[in-house]
Design a protein around this ligand. Sequence first.
Ligand SMILES: Cc1ncc(COP(=O)(O)O)c(C=O)c1O
Length: 396
Amino acid sequence: MRLSERVNKMEFSPIRKFNPIAGAAKASGVRVYHLNIGQPDIETPAAFMEAIRGYDEKVLAYAESPGLTVLQDAIINYFKPFGVNVDRSEVLVTSGGSEALSMVFTSILNEGDTVMIPEPYYTNYRTFIAASGGEVTPITADPDKGYMFADEALLEASYRPTCKAIAVVNPGNPTGTILSTEDMEVICRFAKKHDLWVIADEVYREFAYDGRKMVSFGQLEEYADRVIIIDSISKRFSACGARIGFIIAKNKELNAALMKIAQGRLCCPTLEMLGAAALYQLPSDYFNAIRTEYENRRNVLFEGLSAIPGVKVNKPGGAFYMMVTLPVENAEDFLMFLLEDFRDNGETMMYAPAEGFYATPGLGKNEVRLAYVLNAKDLRRSTEILAKALEAYKNR
Ligand SMILES: Cc1ncc(COP(=O)(O)O)c(C=O)c1O
């Protein structure tokens, strides 16, 4: 028996593949600070659990494939203040942003097609694209320019005739880069010139700092037929385990293609959709306190890292990740040291090594992604551990 070539080409996720090693450390009584994954410690709003507790049907039935209408309508209302008008036929509820991405790549890619993505990128894109027979065409973004990639010359230089789409995460994971309306125009104009889909992953839409106001790709009406918005409640409402996301697209042909896949997988979990609908009814000031909290965490982590000799860090404008260059040759090897050997008062920390966030061979070996999803005290402690571990690693 043989596996598919597609799956053989895939890699394990650098965000999760070290979890068994961290698990062994934890089983031996070590506390591990998890900065490797975007799992916030912010409480999921009570409205989610209350909506689920309030369910009193006798049968937990399948829902319709596009999602519960109460959730679709809540999403439609959420978008109105952004100036994005959508109707139900343009909202497809999915099992997380992850399923949304899988469905989109299955719908648009043929074997050998490629998707342009600024690197470093959210590593799981590679898996979703490979599962559809495609590959990443990287747009290598310069850390010294804040990882900005919305530059016509850079986009043109990265373009290959195999490209079918350009995918951008805004605000960025892992870079935290935020696009302005002008940047978005540059990307869309380029996409139009080469007839590419624009996959706009906006799962971090609420997390823009320093007073910046977020613009959605959905606001660029001129490009509405090629823009595909990926969204999710995971980060927005700290509800990662609910597995509810959605796709907003105006292109009817694409929506029909997506519906074939959606009908094939029947529907999303009914109870979680009810919970999600309740979340979208929270007052919009819910986000203000959360945003302030993340902005503070960003500042704490940035200050802590900047004080460590040899560490190079970019201050992100949004989302809740930071790309960091460490004074080591191989960030995976140093992570193994953290998890297996290094202990400070019975504690250690964990990050995601960033090599898997690049498609270009050789890049990212000494870089890591940190998620500032823990409270300020834990973040301070994590940077303290990192500083001590770097010293111990150097002196091994
Ligand atoms: C940029 C981006 N897109 C999509 C996802 C998928 O999120 P979920 O499947 O939890 O909705 C994530 C999760 O970290 C992400 O960072």
